[in-house]
Design a protein around this ligand. Structure first.
Ligand SMILES: C[S@@+](CC[C@H](N)C(=O)[O-])C[C@H]1O[C@@H](n2cnc3c(N)ncnc32)[C@H](O)[C@@H]1O
Length: 279
């Protein structure tokens, strides 16, 4: 598969060009003004990772961010964590994502939440960042690296744009010990061709080879499993309201959520929270 095919398949998986229109219509149907929103209100459609905002805060609290620092949110999706970091930790954020409709959504939602002057969103490939060398203080990567066909290229770019001593904050999915094939679709891929989970050892070796030193790492799979179980029960009871990830992924999200739960429970997938420092 050449990179262009891969990118196209990834973009098709995540979002079609009508995403902003669809989300605006859903908000209007709820009686909301799509141009005046709060971060709380839109959490169901802007946290495309396990654990929602609590998981982001859990990692951000360990980061020691200094207000005004420049943070790169790699694979920012619809920008939920970019807004959380801006709003609650006082940093400035550059969100980069390969899916054009996600960047369009991130720009709109950030403006609608009144946070736009301190955020910038760019549609680009994490493996080829349009940023100057040593230009950001920290990099945030949350459920993104498992989509990169070339992890080494992504990490080399991260190392290039990060200032010396800067932190790479990871909330990432890895391959578990169970060698059986994953159940697809999952929220990050419809099929094996766009899912690139690495075993923990290979993942850590790639980070070291790219010039990062491990500061801390924790396997938080059990925490993620409990969170997904709780959400699945809510979904089954129809208690999720109209704003749900189904607005982004369509009805297939039900199967994606079930498969994610099964993959986590059977140790085909693990979730780690880690901080690495550029040497
Ligand atoms: C599972 S979503 C997570 C989004 C966001 N980090 C969050 O937690 O809400 C993965 C994101 O990575 C983006 N992505 C995948 N490959 C990428 C690449 N090569 N460069 C930039 N973004 C990429 C996807 O478009 C998608 O928005």
């Amino acid at each position: 598969m050449n990179p262009t095919d891969h990118t196209q398949r990834l973009i098709q998986h995540y979002a079609d060009a009508n995403l902003v229109h669809r989300l605006r219509e859903a908000l209007i149907a709820e009686g909301d003004n799509p141009d005046a929103l709060s971060c709380d209100q839109i959490a169901p459609i802007d946290q495309l990772h396990l654990g929602g905002r609590a998981a982001s805060r859990q990692l951000a609290d360990k980061a020691g961010f200094i207000p005004g620092q420049q943070v790169l949110d790699l694979g920012c999706g619809t920008g939920g964590t970019s807004r959380l970091l801006l709003d609650e930790y006082g940093v400035q954020v550059i969100g980069v994502d390969i899916t054009p409709a996600f960047i369009e959504t991130a720009v709109w939602l950030t403006q609608a939440c009144g946070l736009h002057p301190r955020a910038k969103f760019i549609c680009a490939d994490a493996q080829q960042l349009p940023l100057e060398a040593e230009s950001v203080d920290a990099i945030w990567s949350q459920h993104t690296l498992m989509n990169l066909p070339n992890l080494e290229a992504g990490l080399a770019e991260a190392a290039r744009v990060l200032k010396p001593g800067g932190q790479l904050l990871l909330h990432e999915l890895l391959q578990g010990e169970n060698p059986a094939p994953l159940d697809f679709p999952v929220p990050w891929a419809d099929e094996a061709g766009t899912s690139h989970l690495r075993p923990q050892q290979a993942f850590e070796q790639a980070l070291s080879a790219a010039g990062f030193t491990l500061k801390r790492s924790e396997d938080i799979s059990q925490q993620a499993l409990a969170w997904r179980q709780k959400h699945r029960a809510k979904e089954a009871r129809g208690q999720t309201g109209i704003l749900t990830p189904q607005l982004i992924f369509g009805p297939r999200f039900i199967q994606m959520g079930k498969n994610l739960l099964d993959n986590l429970a059977s140790d085909k997938v693990r979730l780690v929270e880690a901080i690495w420092v550029k040497s």
